[in-house]
Design a protein around this ligand. Structure first.
Ligand code: EPU
Length: 336
């Protein structure tokens, strides 16, 4: 069913909990409804709002927000140990991970408890604990209002990278993702290389799907604030990727600084959370906004914050990190 709202408060529709309004917001369930919505005319300004978990509104939105609500998950086919499933854009991401664990399907257990909807997962190629959505996505189905057609883009054409995809660039604002097809496995494939994960899994009795999911959920709950309690959008910044010379210079000065190799031997990924923490900003508070006291990569709304206040703190942090370490950190959150 289509639901249309006008001059609607977005406070409960963005995980930062900032108070901005949308001129128009339309919820739809099916692809047919979506096609109908665009059949007569394409609004001048529109965008998709999924769970609102990776977005910061700094002003009212004067166009049309589209909210996909289809929540079906389907097993498409099985061949050997490979299983293909399709989930509609409105499925809560963690409900999908839980469903896969119940079905004995391996591949996305490390992505447990990431807030957001399935349709948003390919956009920023969500990732955690050594796994990214691109590792399990086979294709993405979308509607293109300009041509009034549905199309399916295979993963190899989605330009996936670290928190990157074609949906943030060439296809930004041009398509509405309606479902995602995943390729999973019935063969156990534990991926426990990241941080404390192996130890947490061992403490729960070994590498079963349920234990890995429980361990990831426990680690996340211990570090990341629950948006229902403290408004936030997960990591506010991306981890910066720098050249090897910069990484070596910093490693000499800070021998305990974590670094991660990338596919390119000349480029090294640093931990923005560590840099912000080391700059003394963890737990730092300015009015209604602050840096989370257990994970410095996360900015939080202590209550009543505006998007402008969040941005002001973010710019200050970026400036401090640049001055102190000579490293530029980019925002991960979509700022509007
Ligand atoms: N660190 C600190 N202080 C902090 C935060 C981190 O010293 O306040 C250090 C940690 O001790 C560790 C390193 O920095 O040595 C990395 O920290 P962590 O493992 O917590 O991961 P992260 O790099 O800060 C990334 C993702 C998270 C994801 C975790 C786990 C990005 C932008 N963030 O954070 O994703 O959950 O790895 O895989 O890549 C998100 O995108 O919203 C998100 C939460």
């Amino acid at each position: 069913m289509i639901h249309e709202f006008h001059n609607l408060s977005l406070r409960t529709r963005n995980s930062f909990g900032v108070e901005q309004r949308a001129a128009r917001l339309i919820e739809f369930d099916t692809e047919e409804e979506l096609r109908t919505l665009f059949a007569e005319s394409v609004p001048d300004r529109w965008m998709v709002l999924a769970g609102g978990n990776n977005i910061l509104f700094t002003q009212d939105y004067d166009g049309t927000l589209l909210v996909p609500r289809g929540e079906a998950i389907r097993l498409l086919d099985e061949e050997g140990d490979r299983v293909r499933i399709e989930a509609e854009a409105g499925v809560e991401w963690d409900d999908l991970v839980a469903w896969c664990a119940e079905q004995g399907l391996w591949g996305m257990e490390n992505l447990s408890l990431i807030p957001g909807k399935v349709g948003a997962a390919p956009v920023q190629n969500i990732g955690a604990y050594g796994c990214e959505a691109k590792d399990v996505i086979e294709s993405v189905r979308m509607f293109c209002p300009a041509t009034q057609n549905f199309l399916v883009l295979a993963a190899e054409h989605c330009s996936f990278g670290y928190r990157e995809s074609v949906f943030k660039h060439e296809l930004r604002g041009r398509v509405v993702i309606t479902s995602v097809t995943f390729r999973l496995s019935r063969t156990p494939r534990p991926n426990l290389g990241y941080g404390d994960l192996a130890r947490e899994v061992e403490a729960r009795g070994g590498a079963s799907l349920d234990n890995i999911r429980a361990a990831v959920c426990a680690i996340r709950r211990s570090k990341l604030p629950d948006p229902a309690v403290l408004g936030n959008a997960g990591s506010f910044f991306k981890n910066p990727v720098v050249d090897r010379t910069t990484a070596d210079r910093l490693r000499t000065r800070y021998p305990d600084m974590p670094t991660y190799p990338t596919a390119d031997p000349e480029r090294v990924k640093l931990a923005a959370g560590w840099l912000i923490d080391r700059a003394g900003l963890k737990g730092h508070r300015e009015g209604h906004v602050g840096v989370h006291d257990r994970q410095a990569l996360v900015l939080v709304n202590h209550g009543g914050a505006t998007g402008g206040e969040v941005i002001a703190l973010a710019r200050k942090i970026q400036h401090t990190i640049n001055e102190r370490f000579g490293v530029a950190i980019d925002t991960e959150v979509n700022i509007l």
